[in-house]
Design a protein around this ligand. Structure first.
Ligand code: G
Ligand code: G
Ligand code: MN
Ligand code: NA
Length: 253
């Protein structure tokens, strides 16, 4: 049995799970949403980390049905929590560059919104800088169409990949996520702190909201807040939680 068969079965047999990590408004301290993070727990192999199976899913094309499942699951979950607790949490879903390149991606997203009956303003899509490797008008077009549905778009892992400022300037997006590798340098060196401050000012100059990733220390949070960073996520607040535990986390807010 190949890994490809195993992964396909995992999708079919519901051995893939979404974990959720809260996103916090660091100016008010309130949770405003969460990022959906895919997990594969195999009965024999145990926990298979996403950095191992997502690249594999991308190579084999399995990321396409998996990605559709992720979007639908995330829409259903956010809708049920918002309905139950009368909240307006927004769920962020990672979209692979492979998915974004599909000619029918807009239709797929529209269908999922319709089938799940979720309010589009409760959904956000995270694209990585890898999506900009073949930057073209069609990419700009697609992002604009996604936004026109009422879905917010953010650039994940900013500063680590292939985006150039000239691309970024022309991209219809709402937020920029500062990669954890920058956040962890806060307070460790003057350059480290200054770079994060500069990234936040750059984002604000382009009218983008800023989300800091991988916040683990109080010192990072204090600095980010002082720089005007809007949102943060990281172990400092909560690690990613399975849906039933995230439900309890929401209930306790
Ligand atoms: O959950 P963790 O931090 O280990 O995630 C590792 C990587 O897997 C991150 O780069 C994250 O963006 C990616 N990832 C997690 N869930 C998904 C998903 O549903 N789709 C895609 N395309 N990538 C995901
Ligand atoms: O690439 P992306 O940003 O989508 O993935 C986020 C990854 O970072 C996930 O695998 C998630 O589990 C992980 N993560 C989230 N918060 C923290 C944190 O505070 N510290 C560390 N080390 N990893 C984190
Ligand atoms: Mn992400
Ligand atoms: Na990220």
């Amino acid at each position: 049995i190949t890994l490809e068969t195993k992964l396909y079965d995992a999708l079919r047999l519901e051995q893939l799970q979404l974990y959720y990590q809260p996103k916090i408004d660091i100016q008010t301290g309130k949770m405003v949403g969460m990022e959906a993070l895919l997990r594969w727990i195999d009965s024999e192999l145990g926990f298979i980390p996403p950095d191992r199976f997502i690249p594999f899913a991308e190579e084999t094309g399995l990321i396409i049905p998996i990605g559709e499942w992720v979007l639908e699951r995330a829409c259903l979950d956010v809708k049920s929590w918002n309905d139950l607790f009368d909240l307006d949490l927004r769920v962020a879903v990672n979209l692979s560059p492979i998915q974004l390149a599909l000619p029918n991606i807009i239709e797929t997203i529209e269908n999922t919104l319709r089938n799940t009956n979720v309010n589009p303003s409760f959904v956000e899509i995270e694209i990585t800088e890898m999506s900009m490797v073949d930057f073209n008008e069609s990419l700009v077009d697609k992002l604009a169409q996604i936004r026109a549905m009422g879905i917010a778009i953010s650039i994940d892992d900013f500063g680590t990949g292939y985006s150039s400022l000239s691309y970024l300037k022309n991209l219809p997006v709402d937020a920029l996520k500062v990669d954890r590798s920058f956040v962890m340098e806060i307070g460790l060196s003057e350059t480290g702190s200054n770079m994060v401050g500069a990234i936040i000012r750059l984002a604000h100059a382009m009218n983008l909201e800023v989300v800091a990733e991988g916040v683990e220390r109080e010192e990072e949070l204090v600095y980010l807040r002082a720089c005007g960073c809007e949102l943060a996520q990281g172990y400092y607040f909560s690690k990613p939680l399975p849906a039933n535990e995230f439900f309890k986390y929401v209930m306790n807010q």
